[in-house]
Design a binder for this molecule. Structure first.
Ligand code: R5P
Length: 280
């Protein structure tokens, strides 16, 4: 039995089709004081897969409620799938007195499940924060699928932390070179500076690769540094696309933005269902 949160309806349907398990539709309401409440109908299965991207605080509450509700509805074991795990970028206390939010969230989830699956977490180390077994679903290579035929392709990461992702997508595409730029983010203002890679981009199709596009600052600054490139593609696992991010990318000159359904939005052209299936 698969029980989707409101943020992951489409991915849950793709997964249900792949693994041949039924979907149970939860319902979502709010009390007059604003508190939310989910309801899950009783079901004839002792195992439940709860799948929900935690995009904001409301979806975090919803996920914790879903985990509890499926036990009430009859599940004796639960696998919780986190297509996108919010707060995972807060994987350390950045200033004295601040929390390690990723740890707090992982511990909260662990109390309501027997197992966790996380799709491409920002840092692998956050899996240590869970107190139940964790599997990582890797959807990297699927991002190459929608790419058209490319001219002298360069797979480029905005910083060294996304280099492996760029190389994996290059390998899946089957042609081209990979490199990375250098990124500096001012932690006070959030402003991003990008120093271009030394590899020439002149006349080449450049495929920018990052695990997350949030405000779009990293990608748009990187695009601005690609003088002379032919077409520019922006690929990401988690297309958060906060606020005007897509507009920033378009204005910077991107030809196409491709993301997955870990965050369901207009550029979620790739489903990670097969990657999740491999972990179940
Ligand atoms: C950070 O290390 C991540 O890999 C992404 O580069 C970052 O989350 C992108 O954020 P934004 O789109 O706001 O620049």
């Amino acid at each position: 039995m698969i029980v989707p949160g409101s943020t992951s309806q489409s991915l849950a349907a793709s997964l249900a089709e792949r693994i041949g398990k039924p979907l149970t539709p939860a319902s979502y309401e709010r009390f007059p004081d604003g508190e939310q409440i989910v309801s899950v109908p009783r079901f004839e299965s002792d195992h439940a897969i709860v799948i929900a991207a935690t995009l904001d605080d409301s979806s975090w509450v919803e996920l914790l409620q879903l985990q509890d509700a499926v036990r009430e509805a009859g599940a004796t074991t639960i696998t919780t799938v986190l297509p996108y795990m919010g707060y995972a970028r807060q994987d350390e206390a950045f200033k004295s007195g601040q929390p390690v939010s990723a740890r707090a969230m992982a511990q909260a989830i662990s109390t309501g499940t027997d197992r966790v699956v996380v799709v491409n977490p920002h840092e692998q180390t956050i899996t240590d924060f869970f107190t139940v077994p964790v599997a990582v679903a890797d959807a990297s290579e699927m991002l190459a699928d929608p790419l058209p035929r490319l001219t002298e392709p360069l797979f480029l990461a905005p910083d060294s932390s996304a280099t492996t992702l760029a190389e994996e997508i290059r390998d899946a595409y089957g042609d081209g070179t990979a490199d990375h730029c250098e990124k500096h983010r001012n932690r006070e203002t959030g402003a991003v500076d990008v120093t271009p890679a030394e590899t020439s981009v002149t006349g080449r199709d450049v495929v920018l690769v990052d695990d997350i596009i949030a405000t779009g600052s990293t990608m748009s600054k990187t695009i601005s540094a690609l003088n002379g490139a032919n077409r520019i593609f922006a690929l990401t696992i988690h297309p958060l696309l906060v606020g005007n991010a897509l507009t920033k990318l378009k204005r910077a000159g991107v030809s196409q933005v491709v993301g997955t359904d870990t965050v369901e939005c207009a550029v979620s052209d790739v489903t990670v269902a097969a990657a999740v299936e491999r972990t179940l």
